[in-house]
Design a protein around this ligand. Structure first.
Ligand SMILES: [Zn+2]
Length: 353
């Protein structure tokens, strides 16, 4: 009999860890949670789960944070003030709105269903999540568990990103009143960056199933934006009501930016650059966004590499310029007359840029 290779079988597949190895690994994680907890904030539950369920969920959340930190040791979750799981997610967000002093509204764009959100405040952030996410963490080894773990990892990466921006941008981005073109394009660039970062850092084998869905969501967001903005432009020709057209275009293009962030983050984590599927490639081409896709990817990668030396919200200026051109591709050209006056041109022919 040949000696058995402990690391891999002869066909190269890893041997599953023994019970002893698994036990030692779990024990190591438990000790790490006790000795160096990834965060110390409380977790509250507004649901009909038992105390035991709640304790298990709390443990799983700590566990996922420790695992993430082992993969990416720079991760810092210390700005997390609290985690709330709510059976009525919308109510959870309304409660958070009261605490934050402003309206927190999840995206309602088609395909953009939200189950968890990080609420920013000057003194830290709060994670509000649907109780379904907590239930998913309890149903180990199922599709529900996979999506819950992936969502939780994604949100925890938002915490680290929030912490970095608060530190390096000195909170100016939360207080600063944006003016001129920045009022429109900074939030877009910031949302693109945030989703890119959260998906890039949280990506893992469990998320294999989501890439196709994210590519579909981006293609869908682009088609929806093109159609809705196109129709709103036609209506504008008669109404001359920019108060309807500009907010709609802002909302639609923002959702395209957010969706592109998901895809580009996952692409970056997996070493992909060009659109992987024909449908996305064609949609980008039709909308004139191939260049924006390539340039956003390159600029996001540059920002990722240099993220430790960011200094101000101006760090995102190049992304803002790219998305200014995206807005033009959808038919609206913004022009800053003065910091408090922006004129929006709606040319009859698509600008060639
Ligand atoms: Zn996100």
């Amino acid at each position: 009999m040949e000696p058995h290779d402990l690391e891999t079988d002869r066909d190269g597949t890893p041997t599953p860890p023994s019970d002893e190895e698994l036990e030692a690994f779990t024990l190591g994680l438990q000790q790490e949670i006790l000795a160096n907890p990834p965060f110390r904030c409380g977790i509250s539950f507004h649901w009909n789960g038992s105390q035991d369920d709640a304790e298990q969920v709390s443990f799983h959340v700590q566990l996922q944070a420790v695992l993430l930190r082992r993969e990416s040791p720079w991760l810092d979750f210390s700005s997390l003030k609290s985690i709330v799981f709510h059976a009525d997610y919308e109510q959870g967000l309304r409660d958070a709105s009261v605490r934050a002093g402003r309206d927190i509204v999840p995206t309602r764009e088609p395909g953009g269903l939200s189950v968890a959100m990080l609420v920013h405040a000057a003194d830290g952030c709060e994670l509000v999540a649907d109780a379904g996410l907590a239930r998913g963490l309890l149903s180990q080894g199922t599709a529900h568990s996979d999506v819950s773990v992936s969502t939780l990892r994604h949100e925890l990466c938002h915490v680290d990103d929030f912490q970095r921006k608060s530190r390096l941008w000195n909170n100016e981005w939360l207080k600063e009143r944006l003016q001129g073109l920045r009022q429109t394009f900074f939030p877009m660039a910031e949302s693109l960056w945030s989703e890119y970062y959260a998906n890039r850092v949280s990506d893992g084998p469990l998320a294999d199933a989501y890439l196709t869905g994210e590519e579909d969501m981006l293609a869908g967001a682009i088609r929806d934006a093109a159609q809705e903005i196109g129709e709103a432009i036609l209506a504008y020709r008669f109404s001359h009501d920019m108060g309807v057209l500009a907010p709609l275009a802002r909302r639609k293009v923002s959702f395209v930016a957010q969706s592109m962030g998901y895809v580009l983050g996952r692409y970056a984590a997996r070493g992909l650059s060009a659109p992987r599927v024909a449908q996305l490639r064609e949609t980008l081409q039709t909308a004139g966004l191939e260049d924006a896709f390539t340039r956003s990817r390159a600029e996001l990668d540059r920002l990722f590499q240099s993220r430790a030396s960011w200094t101000s919200t101006e760090d995102l200026a190049e992304l803002e310029r790219i998305w200014f051109r995206v807005m033009s591709a959808f038919g609206l050209r913004f022009e800053e007359i003065s910091p408090d006056r922006v004129y929006v041109h709606v040319p009859f022919s698509q600008p060639c840029e």
